[in-house]
Design a protein around this ligand. Sequence first.
Ligand SMILES: Nc1ncnc2c1ncn2[C@@H]1O[C@H](COP(=O)(O)OP(=O)(O)OP(=O)(O)O)[C@@H](O)[C@H]1O
Ligand SMILES: [Mg+2]
Length: 261
Amino acid sequence: MSIPPTIEVRGLRKVFRQATTGQSVVAIDRLDLTIQPKEVIAIVGQTGCGKSTFFDMMIGLEAPTEGSIHIGDKSPYSDFDYFRGKMATVFQQDRLLPWRSALDNAKLPLELMGRPEDEQRERALMWLNKLGLGQFTNAYPHELSGGMRQRVAIARAFAVQPDILLADEAFGHLDEVTAAELRDTFLQLARECGSTAILITHQLEEAIAVGDRIAVFGKSAKLLADIHVNLWPKERYGELREAIQATLQSQKADPRLMQPA
Ligand SMILES: Nc1ncnc2c1ncn2[C@@H]1O[C@H](COP(=O)(O)OP(=O)(O)OP(=O)(O)O)[C@@H](O)[C@H]1O
Ligand SMILES: [Mg+2]
C-alpha cells in the first residue's frame, strides 16, 4: 500500500446561511492544521463547534467558503472522484443498506469502484472475518446487533484499503465496553494498514485512547490546543484529561497543556 499523502488545511473557513432565519453561522473560522501521513488524530470539541462540518469538507461534500484543504496536491472537493477508494468513512449510524447482506454491504464500495467480483468478495470476506463476523456474512442488518452492524460498516471502510480513514462519532452510541473494543480494533487495523486516521469525538476518554494526537476545537473550529499524547506518560493522563476539560470550558488553552510533558 502507498504512503498516504500529507493533509494540509490552510485558512479554512465555512460560513452557512441558515435558510429559516437568513442568519450566517461561521462553522469554521480560519483553521490551519497539518496531518502527517499515517498519523492517528482525534478531534474533540463541544457540540456545534464545527467538527462534522470539517469532516464533510475533508470528504469533499462541502466547498470551503475561503481557504483550502489539500491532500497531497489534490483537493477533496474539486477532485472528488480522485478520492474514490482512497478515503473511507465510518459514521455514527452504520448506514448499511437493509436489503443487502453483511457481505454485500461490505463489498459495496468495491463494486462501485468497478473491481472484479472475485476481488470484491475476497476482500469483503477478509475484513468481515478480521472483525469477527465470519459467521454472519449472509446475515441482513436487521439480524445483527448495533455493535455488529457497526463492525460491518468498519469492514466496508477498510475493504477499499483507504489511505485515509475518517470516523465521526462512530462509536458514541454503543455501550462503553463495545465502544472501547471497537475503537481499539479500528485503531489497530488502521495502524496495520498504515492509513492516516481522523476520529471525531466529543468524548475525552476516546480521544486520549486514540493515542497519537488530539486537536481540541473551540467554537468555529478554533484550534485551542494541539496535543501530542505520546509525549505524555500514562500516569499523567488524569492531568491531561483535566487540562483538556478546562480548555473546553474556558475556550482558552489550559496552561498545563503548554508545558512540555
Ligand atoms: N448545512 C448547514 N446549514 C446551516 N448551518 C449548518 C449546516 N451544517 C452545520 N451548520 C451549523 O454549523 C455549526 C457547526 O455544526 P457541526 O455539525 O459542524 O457541529 P459539530 O461540532 O459536529 O457538533 P456535534 O458534536 O453536535 O455533532 C452549527 O452551528 C450548525 O448549526
Ligand atoms: Mg457532529
